[in-house]
Write a protein that binds this ligand. Structure first.
Ligand SMILES: [Zn+2]
Length: 143
């Protein structure tokens, strides 16, 4: 077909680009809505955790494992954000490194029931907090 637009797909989570925004750009869009939406702001940990869980290549194994544990406890047992901060802070201080060096990162495409393109819908901030909660639930079911 002539002039067909090839849709770019994220090599890690499989989400399509939207309006020229890759996943990172879509995350930025979603976070920019937090200023006007206290409900969404309250889910900030989930937003970032969901993004990170679906883009694990950049993280050291132990950092990812720590994130997974607090994510699960937050969803299953309502682990409060203050406690999450405390634990993550402790885990990330000292000699621990959180991010892998660029050349150590290996992206592996994985299929998820829901990705950021279903959460960040350009021009539709209404209901974003609920979409984040659904996103988190869908990821939890895959762990
Ligand atoms: Zn992605």
């Amino acid at each position: 077909m002539q002039n067909s637009i090839e849709q770019k797909i994220c090599p890690e989570c499989g989400a399509p680009e939207q309006e020229g925004l890759d996943c990172w750009g879509q995350l930025g869009g979603l976070i920019s809505w937090e200023y006007d939406d206290p409900d969404l702001l309250a889910e900030h940990f989930k937003t970032v955790a969901c993004y990170n869980m679906q883009h694990p290549a950049m993280f050291q194994d132990n950092a990812l494992e720590g994130l997974k544990q607090v994510f699960i406890e937050h969803l299953d047992n309502n682990l409060p954000i203050s406690e999450i901060r405390k634990r993550m802070g402790k885990a990330n201080e000292g000699t621990n490194r959180v991010l892998k060096k660029e050349h150590e990162r290996e992206m592996v495409l994985r299929n998820w029931p829901m990705t950021i393109d279903k959460v960040y819908i350009p021009g539709q901030p209404e209901g974003a907090a609920q979409r984040v909660r659904d996103w988190a639930k869908s990821i939890r079911s895959e762990l």
